[in-house]
Design a protein. Structure first.
Length: 139
């Protein structure tokens, strides 16, 4: 069992189950990412969001338009530059994001619920260390 193979398998499975509408997915991956970033960091320009997440601005623009049409995000005047606009999460967007986040977390926590508590704690510790290492590489 190689780490790289298992990580690739994990990413593939997480992608499949979290985006499966039969399992209750209400947001596509990119929509979830946009709402998560706005929830975490607050209002921001679309260009800053695209740059920060490594997204293509034209793809992002289409998704933002769809989210705005569903009233999950608003375009508001940038207080620092009245010529520009920022994206802001609406109350409905916040609720939709949090519901989707709970659903996604439940998919994973349910999958390990039968594990001994000590194994779940080890996994959480190792994932924390992995995230810290990846965060340093991303910086």
């Amino acid at each position: 069992m190689q780490l790289s193979q298992e990580l690739a398998r994990l990413f593939s499975l997480l992608w499949r189950i979290t985006n499966d509408q039969r399992r209750g997915a209400t947001l596509a991956r990119l929509e979830y990412l946009i709402l998560a970033r706005l929830y975490r960091d607050g209002a921001m320009r679309a260009g800053d969001l695209a740059h920060g997440e490594g997204l293509d601005p034209s793809t992002l623009s289409r998704r933002i338009a769809a989210l705005a049409e569903r009233e999950l995000v608003l375009r508001v005047t940038d207080p620092d530059d009245r010529r520009a606009q920022q994206l802001q999460l609406t109350d409905a967007g916040r609720e939709q994001f949090l519901a989707e986040q709970r659903r996604r977390v439940a998919l994973v926590t349910d999958a390990v619920a039968h594990w001994p508590a000590s194994d779940r704690a080890k996994l959480a510790h190792l994932l924390h260390d992995l995230n810290d290492s990846l965060q340093k590489k991303a910086a």
